[in-house]
Design a protein around this ligand. Structure first.
Ligand code: NAD
Ligand code: TDX
Length: 338
């Protein structure tokens, strides 16, 4: 595993993973393939580019380019995707193209060249869980055998990509693993997403925006815990297996927002309730016992409030990273009453 090809490596989770590998595995050479869409930011890697980390700007749907880069790698870790649910509800096409055709292009190359492939996916492929069980002490969670029931254009495109990877392992012997992770938070996350949107709203004098009742539950994990889990799966995971990644971080959106407001010294009710997301998934929750038992993975960021405080500090001290795109992101949301 000395030469890694990381797709989507200047996006939020890909960049955190590239930085994690760079810092903890000094022998590994990294090539990042990224199209630099609105969600990709070269600045996420600038300080480590050159030497052991190279960036190739290109599209995962470009088969000749993908073939060439795969030939130089020992393994491919595939993060590149269109990742935002709200955008998929407005224009699903890029999600079909990148998430499905892009994944197809990569697994064709990996299969032909007999390369190890890790596919990064989401818990949203399993649909949602009832809210009624949340907090009852007897909550059901997603497991690796939960049925695929995606409910949104984004999750349907990710479910499709998972299915392609599974089919290629069986039909063509692709040496692949898949991971399905819950909601990530941490530095470098695009400000269209829930936590950074609210933090940067407060920092820029805007009011935070909560969709609908705010009772929807997400299972939060720090992105560095996600990176460590992917490294464990890549190096110790069983081929053809699916691992679920989560850190028992369930919280309602309203509770997360109230924690942000409190940590930033704002009144608890200083937010707007806005139009709910159509088809809004109610609750996600991950049972990560397979990852813990088989691979010995344990989350390190077990104090969500401390992780959130660090994240607030990161956005506070990296204003130039987000300030130039803030007005445009909020204008787009305002057009949809969100
Ligand atoms: P992101 O939107 O922040 O980053 C995606 C990256 O992919 C960007 O750098 C973008 O430029 C690049 N990209 C998009 N289309 C491309 C293409 N056609 N060719 C090459 N590069 C392209 O997304 P993220 O939140 O970092 O998510 C990364 C992966 O993790 C995705 O596969 C996502 O489904 C998965 N995931 C995300 C979460 C989460 O909470 N954000 C949770 C579980 C799984
Ligand atoms: O302003 C907001 N207000 C709000 O209440 C935004 C942007 C979101 N929300 C709600 C919707 C969700 O219930 O917060 C929750 C989290 O929203 P997102 O950050 O958009 O994440 P989500 O839709 O849950 O999907 C995320 O986790 C799974 C990632 O974006 C996906 O890529 C990943 O697969």
């Amino acid at each position: 595993m000395n030469h890694l090809l990381i797709t989507g490596g200047v996006g939020f989770i890909g960049a955190n993973f590239a930085r994690y590998v760079y810092e903890s595995h000094p022998k590994v050479q990294i090539v990042v393939l990224d199209k630099l869409t609105y969600a990709g930011n070269r600045a996420n890697l600038t300080d480590i580019l050159g030497g052991r980390v190279k960036l190739v700007v290109g599209d995962i749907c470009d088969a000749p380019l993908v073939d060439r880069l795969v030939s130089k790698a020992d393994a491919i870790v595939h993060f590149a995707a269109e990742s935002h649910n709200d955008k998929a509800l407005v224009n699903p096409w890029p999600f079909i193209q990148t998430n499905i055709v892009g994944t197809y292009t990569l697994i064709q190359a990996a299969t032909k060249q007999h390369k190890r492939f890790h596919h990064v996916s989401t818990d949203e492929v399993y649909g949602d869980l009832p809210l009624s069980e949340y907090g009852s002490g007897d909550e059901g969670k997603f497991t690796p055998t939960s049925p695929y029931q995606p409910s949104s254009p984004y999750s349907a495109s990710k479910a499709s990509s998972d299915m392609l990877v599974r089919a290629w392992t069986r039909s063509f012997g692709l040496q692949a693993t898949i991971s399905n992770c819950s909601n990530n938070y941490g530095p470098y996350q695009h400000i269209e997403k829930f936590i950074p949107r609210q933090i940067t709203n407060i920092l820029s004098g805007r009011r935070p925006k909560l969709y609908g009742s705010g009772n929807n539950v997400r299972d939060w994990i720090h992105t560095n815990d996600h990176s460590a889990a992917i490294w464990d799966i890549l190096t110790k995971g069983r081929i053809v297996e699916t691992y679920l990644i989560g850190a028992n971080g369930e919280m309602s959106n309203k509770a997360v927002l109230e924690m942000i407001l409190q940590l930033m010294g704002q009144p608890q009710d200083a937010y707007d309730v806005v139009r709910d997301r159509p088809g809004h998934d109610l609750r996600y929750a991950i049972d990560a016992s397979k990852l813990r038992t088989e691979l010995g993975w344990r989350p390190q960021y077990t104090n969500f409030e401390a992780g959130l405080q660090d994240t607030i500090e990161w956005y506070t001290s990296h204003r130039s990273w987000w300030e130039t795109s803030k007005a445009q992101v909020e204008q787009t949301y305002a057009r949809h009453n969100q």
